[in-house]
Design a protein around this ligand. Structure first.
Ligand code: HEC
Length: 157
């Protein structure tokens, strides 16, 4: 029993120690990405109850400019965010194929729950379901990079 326990502990500790000393390789990164896309991030089947109207895009843009802009810029493409590249993992372009290939329900899940342990925060209890769905509509209609200027908090207009 004792031996088994020790083997078990070593089996757990050694891989963890390995992770601490070397950056994840490409294979590990893509495995982590697959796990995230297919297991961690839920809500794949959930449909956005809100239609793609100009009003919903506008409302989503408003919500985004309050709750998301500090990290994602006004345009969802990091415009004017000084630390976007320095976060680990970095703040992604929300127009990128990796983000856009999530279903609407998965985007809602990401906004609801955040991505632990990265800097992407959970908004549960802060934004209502409708406000999050409006943001999802906006994420599907992001404007050209830079077209909304830089966030005022960082000295932009
Ligand atoms: C404090 C900074 C911060 C704020 C505020 C923030 N995000 Fe993020 N966001 C991040 C970081 C960092 C990532 C990268 C997370 C990762 O890849 O693990 C991210 C990733 C994302 C992703 C992609 C997730 C993925 O798995 O690729 C989406 C979509 C997103 N954020 C939307 C939003 C929305 C919408 C808001 C506002 C409600 C918001 N974020 C607020 C920092 C932030």
């Amino acid at each position: 029993m004792k031996g088994t326990g020790r083997a078990l502990i070593l089996g757990l500790v050694i891989p963890l120690a390995g992770c601490a000393v070397r950056p994840p390789g490409r294979l590990e990164t893509s495995l982590a990405e697959q796990v995230k896309r297919n297991i961690t991030v839920r809500g794949k089947q959930d449909n956005n109850p809100l239609p793609d109207t100009a009003g919903n895009i506008q409302a989503g843009r408003q919500n985004f400019s309050h709750y998301c802009m500090v990290c994602h810029g006004l345009d969802g493409q990091n415009t004017g965010v000084p630390f976007a590249e320095k976060m680990s993992p970095p703040v992604p372009l929300l127009t990128s194929p990796a983000v856009q290939s999530y279903s609407d329900g998965q985007l809602k899940w990401v906004i609801d729950h955040g991505i632990f342990p990265s800097g992407m925060p959970s908004n549960q209890g802060i934004l209502s379901d409708d406000e999050i769905w409006q943001i999802v509509v906006y994420l599907r209609h992001l404007p050209p990079k830079g077209s909304l200027g830089e966030p005022a908090v960082y000295g932009g207009q």
